[in-house]
Design a protein around this ligand. Structure first.
Ligand SMILES: Cc1ncc(COP(=O)(O)O)c(C=O)c1O
Length: 388
C-alpha cells in the first residue's frame, strides 16, 4: 500500500540491520521447489500422541477457553515442577518459580529482556541458535561470541577470558543445536565457577533435554544448586511432545528471578493459550512419553547413522538433539551454503549449512540433517544419499 503523495511515513532505522530471511526459509522453499526430502527443518514430520490431542480437545469442549492465570495454569506448573524434581532432583516452587511461555523462544527473549541492560554484554557460544543474538541486541546489549572447539566442546578458558566488567550473563544450550553435543558434569562445574566468581546470570536453553542418548544423563543446570540459584532454565513442550507448532514452553527460575521475568512476560504475551495448557497438564500425569523419548529418538539416530555410514560423509558424534552433523569434505569443495543448495536440488535431500549458526562467517564443510522424521522419510533420504 502506498502512502498518499507527500504523506510518507517516517523512515525506519532498523534495530536489526543484520537480520534477513533465515536460511531455514530459504532451504525449505528450495526443498519444496525441488521436491526434496526435507531434513533441513528442525521438527517432526509425524504427528503427536492422539491422547494429547484428545486431552486438549476435552479442555476446549469443557469450556476452558478464557484467559488463564498470567504465569500459567496451576496444574501445568505443578506438572512441570514435578517433572523437574523427578528428572533432576531439583525442587522448584510451582507457584513462584515456574512460568508457562509461548515456546522456548519467548522464554529466552523474556529472560534476556528481564536482565540485560543497555550496554551489557552477554556471552554466547558459537555455533549459536539464531534468536539469541537479535534478542540481546533488542535489549540494548552486546553479544560476545566464543567459538566452540573443532570437536564442538565449549573452551572454558576462552569463556573465562571473554568475561569483562560489563558481562551480565552467559547463555548455554545443551543438548546443543546444531552440533548434537551435550554438556557434562565437568562443563557445568566450569560454568559454575565462572558465573559465581563474576556474579553473572545464566540462561540455559534445554529444549532438547529429553533427547540425550547412549545412557548419558542430561546435566540440567537445575541439578547444580549454585548455578540454579542464578539461572533461567528454559524448555519446550513442542520438542518433547512432538508439537512444535503449539509453541508452549516454560521457564524455571528462583523466585526473585521469576518475579522480574513475569514483569516482562505479563506485558509481552501476558499468558499462553488455555486449553493447550490444561491438555498438557492432563497428559503429563503419565511420565512415560518424556521418559521414553531418548529410546525413541536413539533408534532413529541409529537407523540414520547406519545408512549414512555407507556414504562418503564423515559422521560427527550425535550425543543429543535430533540433529546429525556430517562433514562432506570427501564429496565436494563447495561452500556449505552452495553444497546444501546442490544437495537439495541435485540429490533431493535438504540440509542446513552449519555456517548459518555463526555471526562471523566460517566454513567447516559441515551440514546439519534433522532425523525427527518417519522411518519412511529417513529411508527415502538415505536411498538418495546413497549416491554419495
Ligand atoms: C536450541 C533451541 N532453542 C529454542 C528453540 C525454540 O523452541 P520453541 O519452538 O519452543 O520456541 C529451538 C527450536 O528449534 C531450538 O533449537
Amino acid at each position: 500500500m502506498n502512502a498518499p503523495q507527500g504523506f510518507a511515513p517516517p523512515a525506519i532505522e532498523t534495530k536489526l540491520p543484520k537480520v534477513g530471511t533465515t536460511i531455514f526459509t530459504v532451504m525449505s522453499t528450495l526443498a519444496t521447489e525441488s521436491n526434496a526430502v526435507n531434513l533441513g527443518q528442525g521438527f517432526p514430520d509425524f504427528d503427536c500422541d492422539p491422547r494429547l490431542v484428545d486431552a486438549v480437545a476435552t479442555a476446549m469442549r469443557s469450556g476452558l477457553n478464557q484467559y488463564p492465570p498470567m504465569a500459567g495454569v496451576p496444574a501445568l506448573r505443578q506438572a512441570v515442577a514435578d517433572k523437574i524434581a523427578t528428572a533432576y532432583q531439583a525442587r522448584y516452587d510451582w507457584n513462584t518459580e515456574i512460568t508457562i511461555t509461548a515456546g522456548a523462544t519467548q522464554a529466552i527473549f523474556t529472560a534476556i529482556l528481564a536482565i540485560v541492560r543497555p550496554g551489557d554484554e552477554v556471552i554466547v557460544i558459537e555455533p549459536v541458535y539464531d534468536s539469541y543474538v537479535p534478542n540481546i541486541e533488542l535489549a540494548g546489549g552486546k553479544a560476545v561470541t566464543v567459538a566452540m572447539t573443532a570437536e564442538f566442546r565449549i573452551p572454558w578458558p576462552a569463556v573465562r577470558e571473554a568475561v569483562t566488567a560489563r558481562t551480565r550473563a552467559i547463555m548455554v544450550n545443551s543438548p546443543h543445536n546444531p552440533s548434537g553435543t551435550i554438556l557434562r558434569d565437568a562443563d557445568l562445574r566450569e560454568l559454575e565457577s565462572i558465573v559465581v566468581e563474576h556474579g553473572l546470570f545464566v540462561i540455559s536453553d534445554e529444549v532438547y533435554e529429553h533427547m540425550v542418548y547412549d545412557g548419558e544423563p542430561h546435566q540440567s543446570v537445575s541439578r547444580y544448586p549454585l548455578l540454579a540459584s542464578r539461572a533461567f532454565v528454559v524448555s519446550s513442550f513442542g520438542k518433547t511432545f512432538h508439537v512444535t507448532g503449539w509453541k508452549v514452553g516454560y521457564c524455571a527460575a528462583p523466585a526473585p528471578l521469576t518475579a522480574e521475568f513475569r514483569k516482562v512476560h505479563q506485558f509481552n504475551v501476558f499468558t499462553v493459550n488455555t486449553p493447550v495448557q490444561h491438555g498438557m497438564a492432563a497428559y503429563m500425569a503419565d511420565p512415560a512419553p518424556w521418559r521414553q523419548l531418548p529410546a525413541f529418538y536413539q533408534r532413529k539416530r541409529d537407523l540414520f547413522r547406519a545408512g549414512l555410514s555407507k556414504t562418503r560423509f564423515r559422521l560427527l558424534p550425535a550425543e543429543g538433539t535430533y540433529f546429525q552433523l556430517v562433514d562432506y569434505e570427501a564429496i565436494s569443495d563447495l561452500s556449505e551454503f552452495e553444497f546444501a543448495k546442490w544437495l537439495t536440488a541435485e540429490i533431493g535431500v535438504a540440509a542446513i549449512p552449519l555456517s548459518a549458526f555463526y555471526e562471523t562467517p566460517v566454513e567447516n564443510r559441515i551440514v546439519r540433517f534433522c532425523f525427527a522424521k518417519t522411518d519412511e522419510t529417513l529411508n527415502l533420504a538415505l536411498e538418495r544419499l546413497a549416491r554419495l
